[in-house]
Design a protein around this ligand. Structure first.
Ligand SMILES: [Zn+2]
Length: 459
């Protein structure tokens, strides 16, 4: 009996190895890492900081047309602010319609780099440049996924739609995915599920895992303006000073509020079973995070962020002249919250901390909703299988930053941020200096997506 069982086990292992190798070879035979890297270098050279996304799209279109792919649309929200949509239709007929979302804009360059951040430089097996990871590396891989499917004669069921969006970093309501959701709902209408930006291998509690982001916190950017008595600074008696009113409001306002959201609770159950009590109980949470923080501040911050509503005070403005009380003083708060927290609730919480004798105004400057997707979907099952096929385990997490996935989840479409990499990405370089990606990862990303599409055929 034992013999038979172990025999089957070995046999299965052989089959798995065979499948692993076969797909790996299919990708390597049809796509070279050099061509993906070449596209990445070219698009890094476009300084698409909140502009010129159309230039990135034009470089991609040239590559697509050379391949004979004409099923694309370029939709601009304003001159130069282009969103590129590429469709690859499977020739085997109807099936799962998968969208993969990336973005062509980047954040500005700051600090001292060892190479030209806009040069698309290759050094020691890495491609350097602003956007190398976030998100032009993924975009280049997405384009070559389309090319791979095309070179393989579109031999699959369903459809793959790539969305290379503008303005992800700024999240202006009039551009990018927000513009498309409002003005071109047809793009999302027939989509069954979507893959959002980034992912990659991570080391979690000493174990290698593949990150799958299934939800994210919301981000509310709020301006708080306190009005006072305008006048000369030689009088203080009976004066409501706007500067003091604001300072008092800000000191009274806590920077955190303990909150365990439903998807976060599910995430903890999934990852640590009963041990989740260490993070979901208010007191134990405080102790556990302090203990973790002594050794590993980054993990402590992450655990804190997913178990608290956070209120960061980021901008302060008041006064012009030294000897005059200003009419008002204002601050901007960056509030990160969960799906259960409504805007009105959050504003009421802020209001409670403003001294009652002051007039004030709260203005929402921007609000990206908090969203999450169920882990019981066909797409998540296919992602899980893909990760297992690659010999790894998934790490489903809620992220504390926002992304375009939120707007697509809002339409009722499940979205997971998943991207296969062989080694952990250097995420600390994202939005920082010397951002870079290992060249070999570009082909791994293509392979991860291709495997996912193949797995969606079977499930
Ligand atoms: Zn990004």
């Amino acid at each position: 009996m034992v013999f038979i069982v172990s025999f089957i086990f070995i046999f299965q292992e052989k089959i798995m190895l065979y499948c692993f190798g076969a797909i790996h070879m299919v990708v390597k035979e049809h796509i070279s890492v050099e061509e993906v890297a070449d596209l990445l270098k070219k698009i890094i050279r476009v300084r698409s900081v909140g502009r010129d996304e159309t230039k990135v799209a034009e470089i991609i279109i040239e590559v697509l047309e050379r391949e004979g792919i004409e099923t694309y649309r370029l939709i601009e929200s304003a001159k130069g602010r282009g969103n590129l949509i590429i469709d690859i239709n499977g020739k085997r007929g109807e099936g799962y319609n998968l969208m993969i979302v990336g973005h062509s804009d980047v954040v500005p360059v700051e600090g001292k780099w060892s190479v030209d951040p806009w040069g698309g430089v290759e050094r020691n097996g890495y491609i350097y440049g602003r956007g190398a990871i976030d998100d032009k590396g993924q975009v280049a891989a997405m384009v070559y996924l389309a090319i791979l499917l095309h070179r393989l004669n579109n031999d699959f069921r369903g459809k793959v739609r790539l969305l290379i969006a503008a303005d992800e970093e700024i999240q202006d309501p009039n551009h990018g995915v927000r513009f498309l959701v409002r003005n071109h709902p047809e793009i999302f209408k027939d989509i069954d599920g979507a893959i959002g930006e980034l992912g990659g291998k991570v080391v979690f509690m000493g174990e290698e895992r593949q990150l799958v982001i299934f939800g994210e916190k919301g981000a509310l950017s709020l301006r708080i303006r306190i009005y006072g008595d305008k006048g000369h600074a030689s009088n203080v008696y009976g004066v409501r000073n706007a500067v003091e009113g604001l300072a008092r409001s800000l000191t009274r306002l806590p920077k955190e509020k303990f909150f365990i959201s439903k998807p976060v609770k599910e995430m903890f159950s999934n990852l640590m079973g009963l041990k989740k009590i260490f993070l979901t109980n208010r007191l134990l949470n405080k102790i556990s995070i302090a203990l973790v923080g002594r050794k590993d501040l980054r993990t402590a911050r992450m655990l804190h962020a997913i178990t608290h509503i956070t209120i960061a005070k980021t901008v302060l403005r008041a006064g012009q002249a030294e000897n005059v009380y200003p009419e008002y003083a204002e601050a901007i708060l960056d509030i990160r919250y969960f799906p259960e927290n409504y805007e009105k609730q959050l504003l009421d919480f802020i209001r409670k901390h403003i001294p009652s004798n002051y007039k004030y105004e709260l203005t929402t400057l921007r609000n990206t909703p908090s969203t999450y997707s169920s882990l019981l979907t066909r797409l998540y099952a296919a992602i899980e299988k893909t990760i297992h096929d690659l010999g790894l385990k998934p790490l489903p997490l809620i992220q504390t930053g926002t992304s375009d996935s939120a707007w697509i989840r809002k339409l009722g479409i499940p979205v997971y941020n998943f991207m296969y990499t062989e080694q952990p990405l250097e995420v600390e370089r994202i939005h920082g200096t010397d951002e870079r990606i290992r060249k070999e990862e570009l082909i791994n990303i293509v392979e991860g997506y291709y495997r996912l599409i193949m797995n969606l055929q079977r499930l």
